[in-house]
Design a protein around this ligand. Structure first.
Ligand code: DAT
Ligand code: MG
Length: 150
């Protein structure tokens, strides 16, 4: 759908390394609409909720520690096929398998420091948006839409 939403989050390494602007810029230039944005130092409890599906994996404690090590930038982007296209823009989970031109393929080498999160399904996107933006997102119309969608 043209109004599909995805949750994109620059991880603490992406913030520290100054890649926030580039990631925002990629989604803007692709034609997605910025729908919510926040810089937050999340608690381990909040991050365990975000990554609840991965509880029990051997890397889970390290993942939570890394994600809680500094602020993250959470965003909601809206547009045609936002979840799938967002994942394509991110690249593979392991940056070594990410094509150059993708976010992870351009900026990362290690799976445990892959700089950016993106929702993997529409259902999970809506769950993540609720978790990170319980206050709701911003409703507005973007006048560019007639140049991006038929
Ligand atoms: P993705 O972030 O591509 O959706 P995921 O949801 O399977 O991947 O895992 C969440 C994060 O956990 C991932 O971005 C990095 C970390 N991770 C996944 N697999 C890992 C592994 N084998 N070793 C270390 N960290 C891992
Ligand atoms: Mg995932």
């Amino acid at each position: 759908s043209v109004q599909e939403r995805t949750y994109i989050m620059v991880k603490p390494d992406g913030v520290q390394r100054g890649i926030v602007g580039d990631i925002i810029s990629r989604f803007e230039k692709r034609g997605f609409k910025l729908t919510a944005l926040k810089l937050v130092h999340a608690t381990p409890e909040h991050l365990e909720n975000h990554y609840a599906d991965l509880k029990g994996k051997p890397f889970f404690p390290g993942l939570i520690k890394y994600m809680a090590s500094g602020p993250v930038v959470g965003m909601v982007w809206t547009g045609l096929d936002a979840v799938k296209t967002g994942r394509a823009m991110l690249g593979a989970t392991n940056p070594l398998a990410s094509a150059p031109g993708t976010i992870r393929g351009d900026y990362a080498l290690a799976v445990g420091r892959n700089i950016c999160h993106g929702s993997d399904s529409v259902e999970n996107a809506e769950k993540e948006i609720k978790l990170w933006f319980p206050e709701g997102v911003v409703q507005y119309t973007n006048d560019n839409e007639k140049w991006i969608f038929e």
